[in-house]
Design a binder for this molecule. Structure first.
Ligand SMILES: N[C@H](CCC[C@H](N)C(=O)O)C(=O)O
Length: 296
């Protein structure tokens, strides 16, 4: 079986593997995804597998795989890494992609920052999806902790193509044991496709502090789609405006919910090293001179 090139990158510390599957008929198997994550040198949060267009003449299809091997519909930090990788390869600065969340575009700016149009948010309970009818998804009946003194409760829920719950708190997001509450909420029966779980502190109408337990990946240093979900949930609950800086453990993203309902995410991407891997088993080799691959 032939190997495929990959780039180990990160988006604000969200660990990403960009796998080049163009020209191949196979996919990254769940076994390969789990094996790559088991090796400390290549442990990651998401694999962004670049495939040939599914419809000839359209955009490259990006398959997104969480480190537990599950497929995800969207990944904002990973999309920025794909844009940077393709920009370094082709010199182009504007890209159109197809994902399970729909058609996305990405642009690299002269200063190296990258903006991805993450498409439109969805708020209907069936679109999130939720297991029961909720006609007001700005705050659903879900809580963690004692009934009479819940620790986290009444989250706003939204989809950026993938499911998100935003729990609002007044104090430091670090005060909450998200490593304990995250898996309980990720797998709560109200979320038939599981969910990404975030704790958000709104410090100003244009500034949110966020921590996320990611579906299929656990605690990560940044989650782009969670930042998008927090902004649109903040705006529709009148906690924030339609543009804000979202501060994550790994750094800041700027999120804007445009008047045309598209959500734009802007931030950095970083190259770490390159190699090649076998998409069926996950065995891999590091390129010797990987510094020449992508400018820092
Ligand atoms: N764990 C997410 C996918 C990756 C999201 C995150 N890494 C981002 O940057 O958006 C899910 O299963 O929906």
């Amino acid at each position: 079986m032939s190997t495929a090139p990959f780039l180990k990158m990160n988006g604000l510390g969200n660990e990403i593997i960009v796998a080049d599957m163009r020209g191949r008929a196979d996919r990254v198997t769940p076994a390969a995804a789990v094996a790559l994550n088991a090796d400390p040198a290549t442990r990651y949060d998401q694999i962004m597998a670049i495939h040939d267009p599914r419809t000839p003449g359209t955009a490259h299809y990006i398959e997104i795989i969480n480190s537990d091997g599950s497929l995800a519909q969207a990944c904002g930090n990973g999309m920025r890494c794909v844009v940077q990788a393709l920009s370094a390869e082709t010199g182009e600065k504007h890209f159109v992609f197809e994902t399970l969340a729909g058609i996305l575009t990405g642009d690299e700016h002269p200063d190296g920052s990258i903006t991805v149009d993450m498409g439109k948010p969805r708020f209907g309970w069936e679109e999130i999806p939720l297991a029961e009818e909720f006609y007001d998804t700005t705050g659903i009946e879900l809580q963690i902790g004692p009934i009479d003194a819940p620790i986290l409760h009444t989250p706003s829920v939204a989809s950026m193509g993938n499911p998100h719950a935003t729990f609002w708190v007044e104090d430091d997001v670090g005060n909450y044991a998200l490593d304990r509450f995250g898996p309980l909420l990720e797998n709560h029966p109200i979320f038939p496709e599981r969910a990404n779980i975030s704790i958000a502190q709104v410090v100003a109408p244009d500034h949110i502090i966020l921590r996320t337990w990611e579906r299929g990946a656990g605690l990560t240093r940044a989650c782009g789609t969670a930042a998008c979900a927090a902004l649109v949930n903040g705006a529709r609950t009148h906690r924030t405006g339609r543009k804000a800086t979202v501060t994550l453990p790994g750094g800041d993203l700027v999120i804007e919910w445009r008047a045309d309902d598209h959500v734009l995410l802007t931030g950095p991407a970083e190259f770490e090293f390159s190699g090649s891997f076998e998409p069926f088993t996950g065995t891999w080799l590091r390129d010797q001179d990987s510094t020449a691959q992508v400018s820092a």
